[in-house]
Every structure is written in structure tokens, then in C-alpha cells.
Write a protein that binds this ligand. Structure first.
Ligand code: 5GP
Length: 112
């Protein structure tokens, strides 16, 4: 079981800001921006590389949840970034699919 599954099961504490039938959102423990939230599916999918056509609605739900949270946090007009690190070269460290929602500062492009 992944670290994030333990957060879903409340076996590890986290600052949870949203939960519904399909996903959970909580503050990143090591924020890379003034606002840094992770949005994760309750379904255990290791990475985007493992996502399949049957996950289409779930993936859309994660994106729309991140968008709604950004609106609720009041960062949507100024701007934010949604990132999904996938496997080694992208620096994925937790192998439970997650969206990073980053906001509150100017974000560089291209990313590092
Ligand atoms: P990745 O590098 O896999 O894209 O992102 C994993 C993220 O999970 C990192 O930003 C890291 O700070 C965060 N993280 C790792 N362990 C924990 C934890 O126990 N609690 C929370 N809230 N975030 C974590």
C-alpha cells in the first residue's frame, strides 16, 4: 500500500481540504509554492503511465477538482499550475497518481 493510501485511510495525518467519493486533496508536506495541494484518486493507480481508458472519467474529475480548489483558494485569476510527475525522469517519488496544484508565486517556464 502506498503512503497516499494510508492518508486516505487516515493512518497518516494530512491537512485534508477536500474529500469526495473518488478523490482526496491535502496540503503537500514540503510545499514548493505558497499554495501546494495534492489531488489524488482513491483508486490506486501508480502513475499516469498506468492510467487506462476506463480511468477517463476519474482523471477528468481530478482535473476539475483541482480547478475548483484553485477557485476556492482564490488563485484562479492570478494563475496556477497543475503538474503530474510521471516515473523516474520526471522525479515521481510516490507511486500513487497525484496532481500537484501549485500557486501563489510566479512559476518558471520551462520547468526544471
Ligand atoms: P512526486 O515527487 O511523486 O510528484 O510528489 C510527491 C509529493 O508528495 C512531494 O511533493 C512530497 O513533498 C509529498 N509528500 C511525500 N510524503 C508526504 C506526506 O507524508 N504527506 C504529505 N502531505 N505530502 C507528502
Amino acid at each position: 500500500m502506498t503512503l497516499f493510501s494510508k492518508i486516505i485511510r487516515r493512518e497518516i495525518p494530512a491537512k485534508i481540504i477536500h474529500e469526495d467519493e473518488h478523490c482526496l486533496a491535502f496540503h503537500d508536506i514540503a510545499p514548493q509554492a505558497p499554495q501546494h495541494v495534492l489531488v489524488i484518486p482513491k483508486k490506486e493507480i501508480r502513475s499516469m503511465a498506468e492510467a487506462r481508458p476506463e480511468d477517463q472519467a476519474l482523471l477528468g474529475h481530478l482535473m476539475l477538482t483541482a480547478s475548483k480548489l484553485a477557485r476556492d483558494m482564490g488563485v484562479d485569476e492570478e494563475g496556477y499550475r497543475i503538474v503530474v510527475n510521471t516515473n523516474r525522469a520526471a522525479g515521481q517519488t510516490v507511486f500513487h497518481l497525484h496532481l500537484h496544484l501549485l500557486a501563489g508565486r510566479d512559476l518558471n517556464w520551462p520547468p526544471g
